[in-house]
Design a protein around this ligand. Structure first.
Ligand SMILES: Nc1ncnc2c1ncn2[C@@H]1O[C@H](COP(=O)(O)OP(=O)(O)OP(=O)(O)O)[C@@H](O)[C@H]1O
Ligand SMILES: N[C@@H](Cc1ccc(O)cc1)C(=O)O
Length: 477
């Protein structure tokens, strides 16, 4: 195959003068559809996926300088693995999905691998302690959760390139016996090399508990995955975060020693930088405060808010390059505009939050996030519905009270009970001054009693005392 063609949308500057995220997706509400999907025939460019990834800050290392040429002249099948250590992927894992998507958009074949087998062993990479052993049921639940996300984000093919495949390494490991593994794979692995891997060395040096034999052998399992995928599915490339380089090289060495990766079809590895939390540590599944991709673990609203409120001006351009598919020229233009006097603060963060939320949760998820953001804005009079309120629940302060302690009671009494006001008289004064809103509607009656009708869907009400002090009240029956 010759240099690949990728089609670019018109500049978002021409589409959205105010740098506002687009609100319609060319592929409908498909979760993976973004407004910058490559659909405009007029803006074509021949792009090499490796050059694209480099230009977007998505390459930490590659295993061979020959990769660039291979990517430009051949169709590569590329895989990225995800272990089922939780029932959802997180923002850090999204980089792997984005890199796979870039391969797909440039005409290569992406494969998402579920670590049904490797998750039972535990990758020591980037960990200073041994992983807890998860129950079989938990691992199965986690596999299902991650499969759903992969299917949603890369499984559909996204209309932008070859349809990707999702595989589970338990499907081949379940039939491999210990003796045959030791004879057929172990013979090709060198213990000295295995010991020299960072993930092993650091555990032997740092922790006087050392490393278990189980986690020590992890690299061979991931290495064998690459051998199997190369033999059975013609996979020639593995990608992963920079913590995966040792495991990727183990795979390449095994392929070579076991007679694969012929000169006319060499194999490659590529790593991307790790996304880190504010304290500089890796964002991970097992780390605290993970930014989940599954909507039932983190609502699209909360996901959107995370990107909007925690990404600094210093980081936002880097994140736009790495986490979105927006044309680089447009991102550079936005970067320049950030230095101009007319720049509206957080414009870049809003664009980032919108693009990434749409990619992960689809147009519907983004709409929900925007609606909830608007509903919570200071002084908002947006009409509320139950979906918006439920999306907000979990992010805004929420109090639950038995219905009998609320219905028929004065609003001012309830405001004191839920600690939104210090006293009834303060509540009355605030109502008189026009500062109290019930479900975003101004309250004018200082004696107002709360009734069933004040609770949307009979369950939730949003009470605001002043512009910023908001609380959700849920009725318990
Ligand atoms: N913060 C991150 N930034 C970029 N890539 C990441 C990040 N975290 C994980 N990855 C990558 O995602 C892929 C799958 O990682 P995996 O799900 O097994 O580990 P994890 O999410 O780090 O979970 P755990 O916290 O349990 O180690 C790997 O390629 C890994 O390098
Ligand atoms: N070891 C990877 C996941 C993985 C599993 C199996 C593979 O073949 C590849 C990657 C991680 O923990 O991040």
């Amino acid at each position: 195959m010759c240099a690949r063609r990728i089609v670019h949308q018109p500049s978002i500057a021409t589409r959205h003068r105010q740098w506002e995220p687009c609100n319609s997706s060319p592929l409908g509400t498909d979760a993976a559809a973004t407004c910058n999907d490559p659909v405009d025939e007029q803006h074509t460019q021949s792009l090499n996926v490796i050059e694209v990834l480099r230009s977007r800050g998505l390459v930490q290392d590659t295993t061979s300088p020959a990769l660039e040429k291979a990517a430009a002249t051949e169709t590569l099948t590329v895989y990225c693995g995800f272990d089922p250590t939780a029932d959802s992927l997180h923002l850090g894992n999204l980089l792997g999905i984005i890199v796979l998507t870039w391969f797909q958009r440039c005409g290569h074949n992406p494969v998402g691998l579920l670590g049904g087998a490797t998750g039972r062993v535990g990758d020591p990479s980037g960990r200073s302690t041994e992983r807890p052993i998860l129950s079989e049921e938990q691992i199965e639940r986690n596999v299902q959760g991650i499969r759903r996300i992969l299917e949603q984000l890369i499984g559909s093919g996204n209309g932008a390139g070859p349809v990707p495949t999702i595989l589970n390494n338990l499907d081949w490991f379940k039939d491999v016996g210990l003796l045959s593994f030791l004879r057929d794979v172990g013979k090709f692995a060198r213990v000295g090399t295995m010991l020299s891997r960072d993930a092993v060395k650091s555990r032997m040096e740092l922790d006087n508990e050392g490393i278990s034999y189980t986690e020590f052998t992890y690299q061979l399992l991931q290495g064998y995955d690459f051998v199997h995928l190369n033999r059975e599915h013609r996979v020639r490339m593995q990608i992963g975060g920079s913590d995966q380089m040792g495991n990727i090289i183990t795979g390449l060495e095994l392929i070579r020693r076991m007679g694969g990766g012929a000169a006319d079809a060499p194999c490659f590895g590529l790593t991307f930088p790790l996304l880190t939390k504010a304290d500089g540590t890796k964002m991970g599944k097992s780390a605290d405060g993970a930014v989940w991709l599954a909507a039932d673990k983190m609502s699209p609203f909360k996901f959107y808010q995370y990107l909007l409120t925690t990404v600094t001006d210093a980081e936002v351009i880097k994140f736009l390059r790495m986490l979105t598919f927006l044309p680089l020229e447009d991102i550079s233009e936005l970067e320049s505009s950030m230095q101009q006097p007319g720049y509206k603060p957080n414009t870049a963060q809003r664009l980032l939050a919108s693009e990434v939320t749409r990619f992960v949760h689809g147009q519907q998820g983004l709409d929900q996030a925007l609606k909830a953001t608007q509903a919570l804005a200071p002084g908002s009079d947006t009409k509320l519905d139950i979906e918006t309120l439920e999306a907000v629940a979990g992010s805004a302060p929420l109090v639950e009270l038995p219905a009998e302690q609320v219905l028929g009671q004065a609003l001012t009494d309830v405001m004191v009970a839920i600690k939104l006001q210090e006293s009834k008289s303060a509540g009355r004064r605030l109502i008189k001054g026009g500062g109290v809103r019930l479900n975003n509607q101004k309250v004018s009656d200082e004696q107002q009693l709360l009734s069933e009708g004040d609770f949307i869907d009979g369950r939730l009400a949003l009470i605001a005392a002043g512009k910023k002090n908001k609380m959700l009240l849920r009725l318990v029956r």
